[in-house]
Design a protein around this ligand. Structure first.
Ligand SMILES: Nc1ncnc2c1ncn2[C@@H]1O[C@H](COP(=O)(O)OP(=O)(O)O)[C@@H](O)[C@H]1O
Ligand SMILES: [Mg+2]
Length: 305
């Protein structure tokens, strides 16, 4: 089966800035794929190249086997892209805009029931005959999503669809995207919300400064961070920690001590012995498994997500 998306050796420079450098990965059909990376990593640049809004310096992107720069007509039929920036024509109503977009893809009136269904599912019905310029940011975001879906594309690309969106709409959007994935669409999502990437995506690519620094299943990536956090509630606040423990402290204040222990190198029994020898006792102990955020910070060395 041809991959839904094949990205081959993509380079893109803006003047001296290397926005993308030899980026290469593919996305299998039916996958829910997450593209993560700090601000300025190059995620939108990559998606804009896919959308035909920017040109790669070198390399190619294929969608369902069609080269996006050479077979754009076929490629755009299988692609639905929700851009990060809210761009729209203010003089149309929601319904007009969606019908117009549908027409661009060669669909006639027989596609109108699908447009109605999209408006229904994105709770746009009440605003169907309202001009786009009168809509709130969140409502415009919904229109952009509906617009990307009018031609029922196999591949749906969402560039930070939930950035700056309130919690309630975020939930609606995730539920909607989940449903699209269940119905067989391939999803490519970029997001700042790591917990959501963690719960939604099967596979993840991480970009940093234009380079691909990780590409794996979500599960394997989570397994790659070899630390666990141990939260102790101490019985006292006035004791010094032994040196062997000091170097493992993640945080320490009052009764609460958190240690960051290596899955293979640290033995919890040694830690407990060291605490015992220093007459440090505790009333509670909890552990925390790492999340994607920990992996992300370990890989990129920063937390400006
Ligand atoms: N049109 C442009 N002209 C010049 N520099 C750009 C342009 N678009 C993006 N960049 C730069 O390219 C880098 C990648 O940006 P972008 O792809 O938007 O990152 P992300 O979406 O991961 O936040 C950034 O340093 C950004 O400033
Ligand atoms: Mg971006």
């Amino acid at each position: 089966m041809v991959p839904a998306v094949t990205i081959s050796h993509i380079y893109k420079n803006y003047g001296r800035l290397e926005a993308l450098c030899d980026v290469e990965f593919s996305i299998a059909q039916g996958c829910f794929f997450g593209l993560l990376g700090p601000n300025g990593a190059g995620k939108s640049t990559l998606i804009n190249i896919m959308a035909g809004l920017a040109r790669a310096g070198q390399g190619s992107i294929n969608v369902m086997g069609y080269d996006v720069s050479k077979q754009w007509r076929q490629a755009r039929q299988v692609l639905g892209i929700v851009p990060q920036e809210l761009a729209y024509d203010p003089f149309f109503t929601v319904r007009e805009m969606l019908r117009l977009q549908s027409g661009y893809f060669g669909n006639d009136r027989t596609n109108y029931p699908w447009i109605d269904e999209l408006m229904e599912r994105l709770s746009l019905n009440e605003k169907a005959d309202v001009n786009l310029m009168r809509l709130s940011g969140g409502m415009k975001r919904r229109v952009l999503i509906a617009q990307a879906l009018v031609h029922k594309p196999k591949i749906i690309v969402l560039d930070e669809p939930t950035a700056g969106v309130d919690v309630e709409l975020r939930k609606v959007l995730w539920e909607f995207i989940r449903q699209l994935h269940k119905n067989g669409h391939t999803i490519l999502l970029t997001t700042h919300y790591l917990e959501e990437a963690e719960s939604l995506c099967d596979r993840i690519a991480i970009l940093d400064k234009g380079r691909l620094i990780a590409l794996d299943t979500t599960k394997a990536l989570l397994g790659r961070y070899p630390y666990r956090l141990f939260h102790f509630t101490l019985n006292h606040t006035d004791k010094d920690l032994p040196d062997s423990i000091k170097e493992k402290v993640e945080s320490f204040s009052g009764h609460e001590l958190t240690l960051r222990l290596h899955r293979d190198k640290d033995r919890i029994s040694h830690i407990l012995d060291a605490l015992h020898s220093a007459n440090i006792t505790f009333s509670d102990l909890k552990t925390d498994d790492p999340g994607l955020e920990d992996v992300f910070i370990a890989l990129t060395g920063n937390n400006h997500v």
